[in-house]
Design a protein around this ligand. Sequence first.
Ligand SMILES: [Zn+2]
Length: 244
Amino acid sequence: MTASYHFHGDLVSLLRPHWRHATPVVQPVTRAASIKDVIEAFGLPHTEVGELTCNGRPIDFSWPVESGQRFEIFPILPPWDVTQPTRLRPVPLPCLRFVVDVNVGGLARALRMAGFDTLYDSSWSEQRILRLAEEESRLVLTRNLDLLKRKQVIFGRAVRAHRPADQLREVLNLFAIDQPPQPLSRCLQCNTPLQPVAKAVVLHRLEPLTARYFNTFHLCQHCDKLYWAGSHVDRMRRFLHEVP
Ligand SMILES: [Zn+2]
């Protein structure tokens, strides 16, 4: 009276340690449960699953598990287009934009640097992140697997890499983005798109050497942070350059 579960690709690494060496996992069916609930009980958030089959036939997350069934669980593979409906996620996102959890804060900054619409604040509660994901149709980026199992999260990603540059590369690869939308177009502090501003308008705020050597300035209308092509922007460009 068992069912079997075959986890493909790197999904195995997201299972609870107990199950990582047991694939295919064979388990007694002891209660009425959907395949989504059973997968998450093994530790794997539903957000990581790209395709599910039962005895070779494609199914969705609501499929009721019964004994004798054989499940194959496949990862999401690049290129992931979140704007197209799929069997597992019939309501797509209107566009690719993010809300980032505190455990990958460096990635939030890197994504803004690359021009992606990325909400992040280190003080936000889990509830706040879930609400933003739901109300603004945003994809959740985190290393917290439990957060991705919450019912409000339809689109999310368990970030595998550790360094922000590697994490940005992971995200660009997953969504098959060759060119970031508009590098250096978004405020790193608050995510607001930057506006060009005339030098004369901000002259009083500039150090003498900045005023002497730079002529192009961008201003965040929300938090008033000023950006210009200098060591700061050079550092950002170098960072993005490291990420092919
Ligand atoms: Zn700002």
